[in-house]
Design a protein around this ligand. Structure first.
Ligand code: NDP
Length: 246
């Protein structure tokens, strides 16, 4: 028996990287998965095709997380087409790394819009009709606990904010038996953080398991948290970083 049969999931940023792996994994577990993307229609179509070839159902929606109305629109479209959302995965995220003095207010607004504001906006829209047993799972970062190095201030700040969001919302939604959890990846080989990036060897020296993780290392745990087996886990953070923060 698949773990997520007939569950309705919405994943933000599902065209590439960790989000695409989550879409495929949830669909393989039987969920009907809607996902958003901003700039990569071809990659989004490829994810849909791969899910369909495996016998699953995935739908791609163009909706930028920088625009609250587009996030709300993606939630509304999912509910209109499928009735409700059981599982919201806040995955879309961006990284802006530079010397602190070089940052601009535009950098701040952009990173906070995608990494924080969109998480709040999506959850607010999705919880209204979310049934008992619902799941809100957000992809933070191990850097929410550990800035690791210089030139990470804005990103670290945005990911730390998700910890407060998760704690508070878990308490708001517990009476409805909806769980709220934060997954904090460490170095995962994606376009955002390639395993051959200039900083990658430095990161490996700080890890207990000195290698990058795969997108499946994150997607597998997300599918567990989304399942009934994880019903008693809420308000929790799981760091999956090869021991970088150990
Ligand atoms: P990628 O850059 O590889 O992929 C990002 C995904 O988010 C893409 O699907 C992209 O869509 C989407 N996205 C980006 N901006 C927007 C936007 N404005 N609106 C909608 N979708 C958007 O990133 P990762 O897969 O590596 O990261 C996924 C999450 O994991 C992020 O929250 C990131 O912060 C977090 N993370 C990643 C780590 C890593 O080492 N890779 C480590 C710790 C955390 P499109 O293709 O259309 O641009």
């Amino acid at each position: 028996m698949k773990k997520l049969t007939d569950k309705i999931a919405l994943v933000t940023g599902g065209s590439r990287g960790i989000g695409a792996a989550i879409v495929k994994r949830l669909a393989a577990e039987g969920a009907k998965v809607v996902f958003t993307y901003a700039y990569s229609p071809e990659k989004a179509s490829a994810v849909v095709a791969e899910v369909e070839a495996a016998g699953g159902l995935a739908v791609a929606l163009k909706a930028s997380s920088t625009v609250p109305a587009e996030v709300t629109g993606a939630v509304a479209k999912t509910i209109a087409d499928f009735g409700h959302i059981d599982i919201l995965i806040n995955n879309a995220g961006i990284y802006i790394g530079k010397a602190f003095e070089e940052h601009t207010l535009e950098d701040y607004n952009e990173i906070m819009a995608v990494n924080v504001q969109a998480v709040f906006v999506a959850a607010l829209a999705a919880v209204k009709g979310m049934p008992e047993g619902g799941r809100i799972i957000t992809i933070g970062s191990n850097m929410g606990d550990n800035a690791v190095g210089p030139e990470t201030t804005l990103y670290t700040m945005s990911k730390s904010a998700l910890q407060g969001f998760t704690r508070g919302l878990a308490r708001d939604l517990g009476a409805r038996k909806i769980t709220v959890n934060l997954i904090q990846p460490g170095p995962i080989n994606t376009d955002m953080n390639p395993a051959d990036a200039p900083l990658a060897d430095f990161l490996r020296t700080r890890m207990a398991l000195p290698d990058y993780g795969t997108v499946e290392d994150i997607a597998s745990f997300v599918s567990f948290i989304a399942s009934e087996e994880a019903r008693y886990i809420t308000g929790s953070f799981l760091t999956i970083d090869g021991g970088l923060n150990a």
